[in-house]
Design a protein around this ligand. Structure first.
Ligand code: 3PG
Length: 306
């Protein structure tokens, strides 16, 4: 049985060591494809793999066609928009994620981006504090909950909108539930995005919504670039010279944002929310364990293509 770790953006070495330990303990073989620069390398590497562990690596129909032995692909992380789920099902391949394993890392980065934004990108000028400001958490999943926990330490006043989460869960976490995205954006000084990229959410963060934010509003994106309507956000930020956008996922129009919004825009060079040793260990080892549990016991608890 061969388990391939295919990561264009590699895990920390300590996480790869942990994955190897799990795989070898089960009597399987580990193969590693890191920092690959073209799809052909991935297509070649998957040929004899029974299982694959990926991060944001794209597993589409072409990859699944090439992976003749494949039974399971595990996305070591939360979002699985990089896997063609219908194609996986058609190929009788089980697709899983590892929910919650890297969420603290992403949440810490979200707070880091907030501080960076309100301190004027650390340019030496006088900024503002997060304490006493209203934070809007857009989607109250694993990352959103961690953001709430950390933001409480900053003394923020926290609101959340999540159509799929009961009010009680928010109230118990010390968060005020609101019942529409519009209400969240209208209310909050800072909005932090934690929605997945789905047909429903793509392009949904648009001019009408972000334009509701109060003066000096900060939009923080550690979710996905696809949820942003970039054309409309650019138009809005041209009109509203008080708004700021900080993101861990470089927009397609990064050059334009940089040119137009100096001091009000920041993007990390590569998505790094989950790029910590701890998150890599948690998500990578969980992925390896889920693969072993699937082969040994048929456990499909974290399957996402049911
Ligand atoms: C996730 O969905 O788990 C995060 O976006 C992290 O993605 P990454 O593994 O590519 O860093």
């Amino acid at each position: 049985m061969k388990v391939l770790v295919a990561t264009e953006k590699p895990f920390a070495k300590v996480a790869v060591d942990g994955i190897r330990e799990e795989v070898v303990k089960a009597g399987y073989e580990l193969a590693l494809l890191e920092k690959y620069t073209n799809k052909q390398q991935l297509l070649d590497a998957v040929q004899d793999a029974d299982a694959i562990i990926i991060r944001s690596d794209v597993v589409d129909a072409e990859v699944l066609d090439a992976a003749k032995q494949l039974k399971i692909v595990v996305r070591a992380g939360a979002g699985y928009d990089n896997i063609d789920l219908a194609a996986a099902t058609a190929h009788q391949v089980v697709a899983m994620n590892t929910p919650g394993q890297n969420s603290n890392a992403v949440a810490e980065l979200a707070l880091g981006l907030m501080v960076y934004a309100v301190r004027n990108l650390y340019n030496g000028t006088s900024g503002t504090e997060l304490k006493g400001k209203k934070l809007g958490i857009h989607a109250f999943g694993n990352v959103g909950r961690n953001v709430a926990r950390i933001a409480q330490g900053f003394g923020m006043d926290i609101y959340a909108f999540d159509a799929y989460c009961p009010d009680d869960a928010m109230i118990q976490a010390g968060v005020t539930p609101v019942h529409s995205a519009e209400e969240l954006y209208k209310t909050c000084d800072v909005v932090s995005l934690h929605i997945p990229a789905t047909d429903e959410t793509k392009n949904s963060i648009n001019k009408a919504l972000v334009g509701l934010m109060p003066k000096g509003g900060v939009l923080v994106n550690t979710a996905r670039k696809e949820v942003i309507n970039e054309t409309e956000l650019i138009a809005l930020m041209q009109e509203r010279t008080d708004l700021r956008y900080v993101t861990d996922i470089m927009p397609a129009a990064d050059a334009k944002f940089r040119e137009l919004f100096d001091g009000r825009y920041f993007a990390t060079p590569k998505k790094m929310g989950a790029q910590t040793a701890e998150a890599n260990i948690n998500a990578g080892i969980a992925a390896a364990k889920q693969i072993v549990d699937f082969f040994v016991n048929g456990n499909t608890r974290f399957q996402v293509n049911k």
